[in-house]
Design a protein around this ligand. Structure first.
Ligand SMILES: [Zn+2]
Length: 440
């Protein structure tokens, strides 16, 4: 007989954005094993193995990063290129493609560990990653999945296939994705996808080869940057297609498991295509602003029920949501409609992750995985159903004091449990210095 550990959280104020009710004061959360059993104001009956008093703290659901690049974790403060990149393609060539090529096993591991740590400390418990380390391909996705497992986090793994590093690395990247799908296809905590860098770095032959190679797999979906910059669309047109998405459709690479990232310059016909295939669409505002590529139109975010990702810029989803909102506001005139970043983060991201991982993620409700971000936040203004937007994006400025993953505290009183944060950071600093020395 399997004995399920029963945990009770008490004296907790629950915020479930985009839900009815969105706020429950002084609530109890009953957890059986890894899942939430009940949430409410009345003490649940039965006995509990552990009872945690949260002393009037505020809980949000563990958050989901719908598009991340953990491999860029050591880029914070990295030396800038000597020349000043003048467009998106030059930014890729001068910064990111030099850095990803310099990553080896040790620096990649430091990226994973320190990037996951950064995410978890901000209350992000699920990371949908798009990985690239062309000098360390074989085994990289296993390393990522195992690193996430150490933190008790959910991870979606994919390796960016591209032509830009030659046919051998193309083939090795393709095989790394396929091996991950075979290895993790049934794993409840790891969701493998077939990573494609972008249409403009893949030839027709390569797209054909990828499609043929995934054919024998039971289930598969691609994870790809689409129309992040106009150059991607121009390349597809030059190759003889109406758009990037039309090109992917032509090679039969679109299905309902796919993750389509960015989509700044997609047409109305592309919008219909995305809806037809029920594709997952993800918006990454701070990265788009940083790369000066423009802004995904409101209509794309609304109609495609867009998720929110950070594209490697950060692990903190509350910050990404706030920055996204402010970046959009800076482009709008008075009274113009914005996008609902609360919905992207707390409604659309949970829907995307729940579909990918085939279990309920991203809400504090019965049957959902017990992933929570708990804040020691005692605001100066009232919290009610109608004021939570302001508290989430303008009030919660500190990190959560507790983070729970799968019914267990991974962080308690700001301290990472069972893993040394100090060691991870010391190693990351060493690896960053080594990595940067290859770039200057
Ligand atoms: Zn990206």
């Amino acid at each position: 007989m399997i004995i399920v550990k029963k945990t009770l959280l008490k004296n907790l104020n629950i915020i479930n954005p985009c839900n009815e009710p969105a706020f429950i004061e002084n609530a109890f959360v009953a957890i059986g094993g890894e899942s939430i059993e009940s949430v409410g104001k009345d003490k649940p009956s039965g006995s509990f193995d552990v009872v945690h008093d949260l002393h009037d703290k505020i809980a949000l659901p563990g958050m989901i990063n719908a598009h991340h690049h953990l491999y860029s974790a050591l880029a914070v403060g990295m030396p800038l290129p000597k020349g000043n990149p003048t467009n998106f393609t030059e930014i890729l060539q001068e910064v990111w493609w030099k850095m990803d090529l310099a990553l080896d096993r040790d620096s990649t591991q430091a990226c994973f560990e320190s990037g996951l740590l950064d995410s978890l400390k901000a209350g992000t418990t699920t990371v949908i990653d798009h990985h690239c380390s062309p000098s360390f391909i074989e085994g990289s996705l296993t390393l990522l999945a195992e690193s996430a497992e150490k933190f008790g986090m959910n991870s979606s793994v994919a390796f960016e296939i591209t032509d830009r590093n030659g046919p051998e690395k193309f083939e090795a990247s393709l095989q790394e994705n396929i091996a991950a799908v075979q290895k993790y296809g049934d794993n409840p905590y790891v969701h493998p996808l077939i990573g494609l860098h972008a249409s403009f770095t893949l030839s027709d032959d390569s797209l054909h080869k990828i499609r043929q190679s995934v054919e024998p797999l039971k289930s598969w979906g691609i994870h790809i940057h689409v129309s992040e910059d106009k150059a991607d669309e121009e390349d597809a047109i030059k190759k003889g297609y109406a758009s990037v998405l039309k090109r992917l459709e032509k090679f039969d690479l679109l299905n309902e498991n796919a993750m389509i990232i960015h989509g700044l310059h997609i047409s109305e016909a592309d919008l219909s295509l995305l809806k037809k295939y029920k594709l997952q669409f993800v918006h990454n505002p701070s990265s788009n602003a940083n790369n000066r590529v423009g802004m995904a139109p409101n209509i794309n975010l609304d109609q495609l029920r867009s998720g929110l990702g950070t594209d490697g810029m950060q692990g903190n989803m509350l910050r990404e949501g706030k920055e996204g909102m402010l970046i959009r506001s800076s482009h709008l005139s008075g009274g113009a409609e914005s996008a609902n970043y609360l919905q992207l983060l707390f409604e659309n991201n949970p829907a995307i992750a729940s579909k990918l991982f085939n279990k309920k993620l991203g809400k504090i409700l019965p049957e959902y995985q017990a992933d929570l971000a708990i804040f020691d936040y005692h605001p100066r203004t009232p919290i009610t159903e109608s004021t939570i937007f302001g508290h989430i994006f303008f009030g919660l400025s500190s990190l959560p004091s507790e983070v729970m993953t799968r019914g267990v505290f991974s962080i308690r009183d700001y301290q990472l449990q069972n893993i040394s944060e100090k060691e991870i950071k010391a190693n990351a600093a060493l690896q960053a210095a080594r990595l940067w020395s290859h770039l200057s």
